[in-house]
Design a protein around this ligand. Structure first.
Ligand code: NAD
Ligand code: GLY
Length: 359
C-alpha cells in the first residue's frame, strides 16, 4: 500500500492506494473510527463489495443505503433519500458516512455528509478508475440540476480516501476508459512526462496492468493533492482541473446525463479545448493530433454527434467558472501547460463547435 497526503492543515487526510484494502480490517478500523456508520453505495456496487466492507467494519454499528445506479440519479431527490435515512437512523453528528462506489455515489454521499447537521465525517472508498484518480480527492461534493451539472453542492473534505485497486477488475471497459480521460487531463495541464508515459503505455491501463494502474493512480492523486492544497476552494489554479469540463458538462446536460459517461464527455471536451487553443495560435496542430490520437487509443470518443453548436453555447454559459465578466475556459499553451483564460468571442467558439460537432 502507498499513502499520499492531501495537506490542508487540520483537515489534512491520507489517500491509501493498494490491492486488497477493502478486506484489510485493521486499516478500515483505524480509518473509520466513528461508532455509527452509514455506508452509501449503489445497486451495482453493493452485490460486489458491500458484504466485504461490512465484514471488515464489523466492530462498528454499520447500516447501508443502496442507491439506484446512474448519473441521472445524482439529484436532490437522491440526496434527500440519504438525509431521510440518516434521520430515520437517528444518526448523530459524530457518525460517519462511507461512500462506496464511483464518482456519483461519492459526490451525492459527500454532499449529504457536508449538509447533515451542517457537516459530518465521511470516508471515500472509490471503486472506479475515475473516482480513484479524481472525484474522491479534493472535497468537491454535488448533485446535478436538470440544466446544469454539479450546480448544487459544497466543499467538504473526506477524512480519508481508500483506493482498492482490486475493485477495478470488475469495472466495465467503457468505465475504465472514462477514467483514463481524467488521467490524460493531468498530463495535459501540468505533466508532459505523464502525457509521454501515456503515449507509450496507454494500452496497459485497459489491460489492467497492476504496475501501470498503480503508477497512474498515484501520479494523478499527487497532482490533484498538490493543486487542492494550494487552492482548495478554486479561487485560482484549481480551475485547471476543469480542462475540457466546460464543454463536457454542457454535453452531459444536453445528453440528459445518460448519452455520454462523464469521462467520455470530458474526452470530447478536451478535444474541443485543444482545437480552441490551436485556433488562438497557441497549441500546434501536431499536438492537437497527438491528443486526439491518445484519446482514441484509450477507447474514448472525440466527436459529439447530434449536438447543435448554439445549444452547446447556451449550456456552456451555465458553467460555474462563468462570472459577470463572462465565460472562462481552460486552454492549452502546449502539452503540459494549461491556463485559465477568458473565453474567445462567441463567433470563434461557434466556429470551432460547428467544425467539430456532427450536428
Ligand atoms: P459512476 O459513479 O456512475 O460509476 C460508473 C459505473 O460503474 C456505475 O454504473 C457504477 O455503478 C459502476 N461501478 C462502480 N464501481 C464499480 C466496480 N468496481 N465494478 C463494476 N462496476 C462499478 O461514474 P464515475 O465515472 O465513477 O464518476 C463520474 C461522476 O464523478 C460524475 O458525476 C462527475 O461529475 C463526478 N466527478 C466529480 C469530481 C469531484 O471532484 N467531486 C471529479 C470528477 C468527476
Ligand atoms: N474535478 C475538478 C476538481 O476537483 O476541482
Amino acid at each position: 500500500m502507498e499513502t499520499l497526503e492531501v495537506r490542508l492543515g487540520e483537515r489534512s487526510y491520507p489517500i491509501h492506494i493498494g490491492a486488497g484494502l477493502l478486506s484489510d480490517r485493521a486499516l478500515l478500523e483505524s480509518t473509520v473510527t466513528a461508532e455509527q456508520v452509514l455506508i452509501v453505495t449503489n445497486e451495482t456496487v453493493a452485490p460486489l463489495y458491500l458484504e466485504r466492507l461490512k465484514r471488515a467494519l464489523q466492530a462498528r454499528r454499520t447500516e447501508a443505503l443502496v442507491l439506484p445506479d446512474g448519473e441521472q440519479h445524482k439529484t436532490l431527490a437522491t440526496f434527500a433519500s440519504i438525509v431521510d435515512r440518516l434521520i430515520e437512523l437517528r444518526f448523530h453528528r459524530d457518525g460517519c458516512i462511507v461512500a462506496l462506489g464511483g464518482g456519483v455515489v461519492g459526490d451525492v454521499a459527500g454532499f449529504a455528509a457536508a449538509s447533515y447537521q451542517r457537516g459530518i465525517q465521511f470516508v471515500q472508498i472509490p471503486t472506479t478508475l475515475l473516482a480513484q484518480v479524481d472525484s474522491s480527492v479534493g472535497g468537491k461534493t454535488a448533485v446535478n440540476h436538470p440544466s446544469a451539472k454539479n450546480m448544487i453542492g459544497a466543499f467538504h473534505q473526506p477524512a480519508c480516501v481508500l483506493a482498492d485497486l482490486d475493485t477495478l477488475r470488475t469495472l466495465p471497459k467503457r468505465e475504465l476508459a472514462a477514467g483514463v480521460a481524467e488521467i490524460v487531463k493531468y498530463g495535459l495541464i501540468v505533466d508532459l512526462e505523464l502525457f509521454r508515459w501515456l503515449e507509450t503505455n496507454i494500452e496497459r491501463l485497459a489491460a489492467l496492468d497492476s504496475g501501470a494502474l498503480a503508477h497512474t493512480i498515484r501520479r494523478s492523486c499527487e497532482i490533484k493533492a498538490a493543486v487542492v492544497a494550494e487552492d482548495e476552494r478554486e479561487h485560482g489554479n484549481r480551475a485547471l482541473l476543469n480542462l475540457g469540463h466546460t464543454f463536457g458538462h454542457a454535453l452531459e446536460a444536453l445528453g440528459g446525463y445518460g448519452k455520454w459517461l462523464h469521462g467520455e464527455a470530458v474526452a470530447i471536451g478536451i478535444g474541443l479545448a485543444a482545437k480552441t487553443s490551436n485556433r488562438l495560435g497557441w497549441l500546434s496542430a501536431a499536438d492537437c493530433g497527438r491528443i486526439e490520437s491518445l484519446l482514441r487509443r484509450a477507447g474514448l470518443p472525440v466527436e459529439a454527434d447530434g449536438v447543435e453548436p448554439d445549444a452547446m453555447l447556451e449550456a456552456m454559459a451555465l458553467d460555474k467558472k462563468a462570472s459577470r465578466h463572462g465565460l472562462k475556459l481552460v486552454l492549452l499553451r502546449e502539452i503540459g501547460n494549461a491556463v485559465v483564460t477568458a473565453a474567445p468571442e462567441r463567433s470563434v467558439l461557434r466556429d470551432v463547435l460547428s467544425g467539430e460537432l456532427g450536428a
